[in-house]
Every structure is written in C-alpha cells, then in structure tokens.
Design a protein around this ligand. Structure first.
Ligand SMILES: *[C@@H]1O[C@H](CO)[C@@H](O)[C@H](O)[C@H]1NC(C)=O
Ligand SMILES: *[C@@H]1O[C@H](CO)[C@@H](O)[C@H](O)[C@H]1NC(C)=O
Ligand SMILES: *[C@@H]1O[C@H](CO)[C@@H](O)[C@H](O)[C@H]1NC(C)=O
Ligand SMILES: *[C@@H]1O[C@H](CO)[C@@H](O)[C@H](O)[C@H]1NC(C)=O
Ligand SMILES: *[C@@H]1O[C@H](CO)[C@@H](O)[C@H](O)[C@H]1NC(C)=O
Ligand SMILES: *[C@@H]1O[C@H](CO)[C@@H](O)[C@H](O)[C@H]1NC(C)=O
Ligand SMILES: *[C@@H]1O[C@H](CO)[C@@H](O)[C@H](O)[C@H]1NC(C)=O
Ligand SMILES: *[C@@H]1O[C@H](CO)[C@@H](O)[C@H](O)[C@H]1NC(C)=O
Ligand SMILES: *[C@@H]1O[C@H](CO)[C@@H](O)[C@H](O)[C@H]1NC(C)=O
Ligand SMILES: *[C@@H]1O[C@H](CO)[C@@H](O)[C@H](O)[C@H]1NC(C)=O
Length: 499
C-alpha cells in the first residue's frame, strides 16, 4: 500500500510539472524584411512577452534570447524529423547543438518535435514517437529532462466528431501513433500540444457555427451549444475543441495528460473569399482569447485547469504562400508596429497602435508636495495601482522624488482604470497630458515607447492589474494547479477502492 501510494504520488508530480497558465507568442520568420534577432527580442521585451515558440532552433535567436528570462519552445522542423526519428545519434547531435549549447542562459522549456506531422507529413508518422524518445533520452543523458518537455504539435483536425466533445476521438488511423505518444507524454510529465483554430472551423462550417461562438462573444442562451451527454454548456469554439481533445484522450484511457495550445489566432486581413478575416475580428478573437486563458477559466470539462496558449503569431509573414489571410495572422508588422490594439479590459489598453492619441496622468506642476505624497500613498495602496517599478533598484525608482514617483503612480492608476473620466484628479494635484513621461528604461503604462525602433507600443501584459499584489506585470500567472487537485482526488478515490 505504501509503495502504491508512493508510485501514485510520483506520477502526480509528473503531471503537475508545469503549474502556470501563460500566454506565449509564435515567431514565424517568413518575412521579406525579417527583423534581426536583437530587434525581435527588443519587441518581446517592450511587450513583456515572456513565452515564445520558435519554428526551429535558430542560433541567432537563441543567443539573443539568452539572459532575458523569456521561456522558449524550440522546434525540430519537419524536414529534420526523418533523420532524427531514425537515428539516436542524430537526435543527440541535434540536442547538443540546439539545446545543450544554449541552456541555461537561454531558458529552453520545451522541444516541439515536428509540426502537425500526422496531417502535414504523414510519411514521417511511423518515426514520430521514436524521434520524441531519442530527443528525450539525449535530454536525460544531460540531466535536462526535468526542465525541458518534449512533445509534438497536432492539428485539431485529427480529432473526429468533435461536437459534442464527449463523443470526440482521434482519427483511428493514427491510433498506432497516438497511443504510444500519449504513453510517452504521460510517463515524461509532458503535455499534448494542440493547434486550435476556431477561424477554420467557422470558415468550414458553412454557417453552422455562428461567428460570435468562434469569437468568444456572448451568445443568446438558445444558441449556446450543449453537449447532450454531459450537459456541459459551450460558449465558444476554443473550449469545445480543447474538451474534444481531452475526451479523445480519455477514449484511449489517458485522462491526466494536460493540453498546451501551441497555436491559436485569427487573421486580420483576407481576400474576397475570406470576409471574416478583419482587423476587428482578429482583435476580438485574440483579446478574448488572452483574457480567457489568463483568467484560468479552464474548459467546461476541466474548469479552472489552465490551458496555456501561444498566440499565432508575432509578425505578419508576407512571404507565406496561400490566400491573403496566410500573410496576416500577426500582431505586429515587420517594423514592430501593432496591427491593432488589443482590448484587455481592466488593464487599460494594451498594444496601443495609436501614437497620436495617448494620454497620461501626471502630477500638476507646482502641486503641494504633501498632497502629492498623500495621493501617491493612496494610489499605490488602497488605489491598488501597480507601483512595483518605483521600488528601489527598479526601472522607475530614479529620480527618487515625490513629483516623479507620484506622476508614475497617478498614471499607473489612470491606465488601470482605462482612463475613465475622473480617475486623473487626485484632489486636484493631477492632470492629463499627451506627452509621454517615460524616460530611459522607465516606460510608463500606456506608453507606446520611444526608445528605439521597436518599442512603439505598450505592454502586451496587463501592465497594472489591481489585484496583482506582487506588482509583477508579466503574462506569467501563478496559481494552484487544479489538474493536480483533480488527479489527487482521483487517486484518493482509487486508494479508497484498494483499501
Ligand atoms: C526557466 O523557466 C522555468 C519554467 O517557467 C522556470 O521555472 C525557471 O525558473 C526559469 N529559469 C530561469 C533561469 O529563468
Ligand atoms: C540514445 O542516446 C542516449 C544518449 O543521447 C543514450 O543514453 C541512450 O541509451 C541511447 N538509446 C539507444 C536506444 O541507443
Ligand atoms: C483519417 O486519417 C486518414 C489518414 O490521414 C485520412 O485518410 C482519413 O480521411 C481520415 N479520416 C477522416 C474521417 O478524416
Ligand atoms: C480502456 O480501459 C478499459 C477498461 O480498463 C478497457 O476495456 C479498454 O479496452 C481500454 N481502451 C483502450 C483503447 O485501451
Ligand atoms: C473568469 O473566471 C470567472 C470564474 O472563474 C468567470 O466567472 C468569468 O466569466 C471569467 N472571465 C472571462 C473573461 O473569461
Ligand atoms: C495601426 O497603425 C498603422 C500605422 O500607423 C495603421 O496603418 C493601421 O491602420 C493601424 N491599425 C489600427 C487597427 O488602428
Ligand atoms: C487581474 O488578476 C486577477 C487575479 O490576480 C484576475 O482575476 C483578473 O482577471 C486579472 N485581470 C486581468 C485584466 O488580467
Ligand atoms: C482619443 O482618445 C479619446 C479619449 O480616450 C477618444 O475619445 C478618441 O476617440 C480618441 N481618438 C482617436 C483618433 O482614437
Ligand atoms: C532606452 O534607452 C536608454 C538609452 O539609450 C537605455 O539605457 C535603456 O535601457 C533603454 N530602455 C529600454 C527599455 O530599452
Ligand atoms: C515610433 O514613434 C515615433 C514617434 O512617436 C516615430 O518617429 C517612429 O517612426 C516610430 N517608430 C516606428 C517603428 O514606427
């Protein structure tokens, strides 16, 4: 019994290896004027993007990402998969060159082996699991398997009958791959990588899927999708697909493999046959997606279980072949200018595009210092503005005087309140200005940045989340891992059954 308990606890800790819900961004590089790695990393930093996925293991990018704290998923490109899946030595070389050479300076946290292999490169399917195992054994040999997870991103099109989600299953053609793959993911504490594109499901549904349902917009109750088997209500396509994947895994008897969405997004422009690829829809989808993920909402099947997601994608890739939409999935153009302004309510406006209409809240010239100090104390205390940048050693500590500090705090509060009327007053000692008070490395919330070519926008992260006591404005959320909780409960039940 003690042994059983120990084994079960060990398997639980494997499942809970990655505890945090986050938003990451994919970095495709099919741009005619691809920014340099340094420029890309400057944009990531300016936007406070803390997780990225590369489609290869580009040396320049990995060097530029060193010592930034940014978490990186590297990829084995499909054209290298056959070699790696057929040779343990080739796999070990790949890991030595592309991973071991860069850690720990570059925080590589996952290796995506191939991309949508079952659908894009079915010929390589027979060696897919071998490729993952060879890569894994190279990591084990270097004692890196604890910090780096190995998986392979799937197209959600391998899930059949995905509505109702409870009846979904993986295309059985691929059972000989999926079963050993899931075993591998389970035994290594890794996760299922899934690309989720409600845009395509909507496009291919011939009007069956309402646009609002794809965009996470509220639906009238009579339009809400209900799974007749589970009575779970689905308010958006994203959740339905993720749950379909959970059910498809359960169908194969794997119930504790978490899911990370490796790609999701919406194009901002399309040709005449793609009328719903618009800036407005792309903004709505990505804004709602980010809020949904960061809220730790989970899915109806697994409420509260984080589904970390990488937005597709950082840049518009003008060199991608195919319809116009293919070139327009990016949040930014090649110059680092945002394609649209994401709306993340409660955090003010992020990814501001409009550099002409920024407003800031600053201390009034000549205002009484005692009143400024009182207002400063209020803003950073009961007002719950994020004043962490004012701490000693942080970027806005200097100059250390009440005018500079209250200016920062007033503005942090004002942006947090989405610039609502009356939120820049502070008993008359504050005023609104269009002049960006950012200086040096002290970038004010709401600023589009003025420091070089790639900082013309505000942070992707909620820059001032009132309830975030740590004041940490990164996208990385911390929280209990509900997956562990449910697994633990399952195990307790199991133990009781045994007892
Ligand atoms: C690297 O990322 C992992 C996972 O997010 C984190 O636990 C670890 O602290 C990071 N390491 C560094 C050096 O930042
Ligand atoms: C593959 O290579 C690793 C080292 O990279 C080694 O530990 C492992 O035993 C090898 N596996 C096989 C099947 O040869
Ligand atoms: C299942 O996968 C096979 C192999 O790719 C494919 O030929 C078949 O059409 C798929 N089945 C369905 C229903 O999509
Ligand atoms: C799943 O487990 C059940 C019960 O142990 C078993 O009957 C079934 O064959 C298993 N299914 C698969 C796909 O292994
Ligand atoms: C956030 O989560 C809460 C409960 O967990 C839920 O009521 C709320 O609708 C969620 N908000 C969003 C934007 O998903
Ligand atoms: C973003 O800015 C660019 C360049 O100023 C402009 O062309 C584009 O229309 C703007 N997009 C939005 C959504 O405002
Ligand atoms: C702010 O953080 C709280 C929990 O820390 C969360 O519930 C809320 O959704 C966050 N707001 C935004 C806009 O991210
Ligand atoms: C500028 O900001 C104000 C206040 O937020 C808003 O009413 C106005 O529509 C904005 N103008 C433009 C061009 O975005
Ligand atoms: C802005 O530029 C100054 C001087 O060029 C530099 O010291 C600072 O680190 C830069 N800040 C950012 C956020 O890049
Ligand atoms: C950033 O904004 C400044 C003015 O605010 C402008 O001169 C500069 O060209 C912009 N940079 C880019 C890359 O658009």
């Amino acid at each position: 019994m003690a042994m059983l308990l120990l084994l079960l606890l060990l398997s639980v800790s494997a499942v809970s290896a990655d505890e945090d819900a986050f938003i990451g961004v994919n970095i495709g590089v099919a741009l005619s004027d691809m920014p340099s790695p340094t420029q890309v990393v400057a944009l990531l930093k300016a936007q406070n993007i803390r997780h990225v996925r590369l489609y290869d293991a580009d040396r320049g990018m990995l060097l530029a990402l060193a010592n930034t704290g940014i978490r990186v998923t590297v990829s084995v490109p499909n054209d290298q998969l056959l070699g790696i899946g057929q040779s343990n030595a080739t796999a070990a070389n790949w890991v030595a060159r592309n991973v071991i050479a860069h850690v720990p300076a570059t925080n590589i946290t996952a290796i995506a082996v191939g991309s949508e292999v079952l659908t894009a490169l079915p010929n390589a399917a027979p060696v897919l699991v071998s490729a993952l195992k060879f890569i894994q054994s190279a990591l084990v040999a270097s004692n890196l398997d604890g910090q780096i997870k190995v998986s392979t991103p799937h197209s959600s099109s391998i899930i059949l009958d995905s509505f109702p989600p409870s009846q979904a299953f993986f295309n059985r053609t691929w059972d000989p791959v999926m079963v050993p793959l899931l075993k591998f993911l389970q035994s290594t504490g890794s996760y299922l990588m899934l690309n989720v594109y409600p845009y395509y499901d909507y496009m291919q549904s011939n009007g069956v899927i309402p646009l609002d349902y794809a965009l996470f917009r509220p639906l009238p109750p009579n339009k809400e999708a209900v799974d007749a088997n589970t009575l779970l209500h689905y308010t958006n396509v994203f959740d339905a697909i993720v749950d379909a994947a959970y059910f498809a895994m359960t169908y194969l008897n794997f119930s504790n493999v978490p899911i990370v969405v490796t790609e999701s997004g919406w194009p901002s422009k399309g040709d005449s046959s793609e009328p719903d690829a618009t800036v407005e829809n792309a903004n709505t989808y990505n804004s709602n997606l980010i809020r949904h993920v960061l809220n730790n909402t989970g899915t109806p099947k697994h409420p509260g279980i984080a589904v970390s997601t990488y937005v597709y994608e950082l840049y518009n890739e003008d060199m991608r072949p195919g319809p116009v939409s293919e070139k327009n999935w990016g949040l930014f153009d090649a110059n680092g200018m945002p394609v649209y302004t994401l709306h993340l309510t409660g955090a003010g406006t992020v990814l501001a595009n409009d550099t002409t209409n920024q407003t800031f809240c600053v201390a009034k010239e000549g205002a009484d210092r005692k009143m400024l100090q009182a207002a400063l104390d209020w803003a950073c205390g009961p007002g719950k503005a994020d004043c962490s940048a004012l701490l000693q050693g942080q970027e806005c500590y200097e100059p250390d005087n009440v005018v500079a500090h209250s200016t920062y705090a007033f503005n942090a509060y004002f942006q947090m309140m989405a610039k609502a009327p009356g939120t820049c007053d502070f008993k008359g000692v504050a005023t609104v200005t269009t002049t960006d008070p950012s200086h040096g490395s002290c970038i004010f919330p709401g600023s589009t940045g003025r420091n070089g070519t790639f900082t013309n926008s505000t942070s992707l992260a909620p820059s001032s989340n009132s309830t975030d006591a740590s004041g940490c404005s990164s996208l990385h959320l911390h929280g209990a891992d509900p997956f562990t909780t449910s697994v633990t409960i399952g195990i307790l039940l199991l133990i009781m059954a045994f007892a």
